[in-house]
Design a protein. Structure first.
Length: 295
């Protein structure tokens, strides 16, 4: 086993132990922790309530640009045109979803128009900037982009299914009620539970924001994909920074009264497990590109 592989095993083992310990703590003190540090007026919590989802929002539009510039390598003209169109759609749809979700940038009834216009402008910008990326680099990014989009979709589906199955009431909604009768432990799914109010969101478990921030680890994979980034110190630095950012963002969700400790532990931990599993499937044996690419 190589030195990097040993370090990876040790880090993942420690991370698993920490997450397991936190989940045990959450089993007994979920509500107490939220009561102790929850503060919806806190700027720290409000900041990450907006920006923690950005890593996942940017996957589709940026990967769409990579797809577009790799369409030229498809065999037939029809295939090239079809894939180029698909790439533009992926890019535009990604920016559109981002715009529709960014209610801080525009409010209804102008939100849809704003999102549609900004998505078109951002799509054009991505495609224009893509011309500045060297051809070999863009080719190397193709398999990475496929991996990133698959990771995004799998994580999104898994988290959404679990939210629907658990139907856990958010802490901030219990604050609105003035009591904590709606609290349920993380290990007890409540699918089909009777809602106290249709205005409340019963999607506390697992945390979507904590899942979204984990997509920042995609940047770390570039250290393997791109020869210019294959520096051990850079790879370790990026992983350390990504981990620190994830921890800060996850804690912010508890501070913002949006989630409990168990919500963020499972949201982030499960998404990272999906990330690492797909990373192994896509890039096992050190194959980071589709076929050979001459330097």
């Amino acid at each position: 086993m190589s030195k990097d592989a040993k370090i990876s095993c040790i880090c993942h083992a420690l991370a698993a132990l920490v997450l397991a310990a936190l989940l045990i703590v959450a089993t007994y003190y979920d509500l107490a922790i939220s009561k102790a540090i929850g503060d919806q007026s806190n700027f720290y919590g409000q900041f990450f309530a907006v920006y923690a989802e950005y890593p996942s929002y940017l996957v589709a539009p940026l990967c769409g640009g990579v797809f577009f510039y790799n369409a030229r390598y498809f065999g037939t003209r029809a295939a090239r045109i079809a894939f180029a169109v698909f790439a533009v759609v992926v890019c535009y749809a990604g920016w559109l979803i981002f715009g529709l979700s960014s209610t801080k940038l525009a409010e209804p009834p102008h939100l849809s128009a704003f999102a549609a216009l900004s998505a078109a402008l951002y799509t054009a910008l991505v495609l224009a900037l893509g011309r500045l990326v060297p051809e070999q680099t863009m080719r190397r990014l193709f398999k990475f982009a496929v991996f990133a989009v698959v990771f995004l979709l799998v994580a999104l589906v898994v988290i959404r299914i679990m939210k629907a199955g658990w139907c856990r009431m958010r802490y901030r909604d219990m604050l609105k009620e003035g009591n904590f009768d709606g609290f349920t432990p993380w290990y007890r799914p409540m699918a089909g539970r009777e809602k106290l109010s249709e205005t409340y969101s019963y999607t506390s478990f697992p945390s979507g924001h904590s899942s979204s921030i984990v997509h920042i680890y995609l940047v770390c994979v570039l250290c393997d994909v791109l020869p210019s980034m294959r520096k051990r110190w850079l790879k370790y630095t990026l992983y350390a920074c990504a981990t620190a950012l994830c921890v800060v963002a996850c804690v912010s969700r508890i501070v913002n009264c949006a989630h409990y400790l168990s919500d963020v532990v499972v949201g982030a931990g499960l998404t990272y497990l999906i990330f690492y599993g797909l990373k192994y499937i896509f890039f096992r044996d050190g194959k980071y590109t589709f076929g050979e690419i001459t330097e």
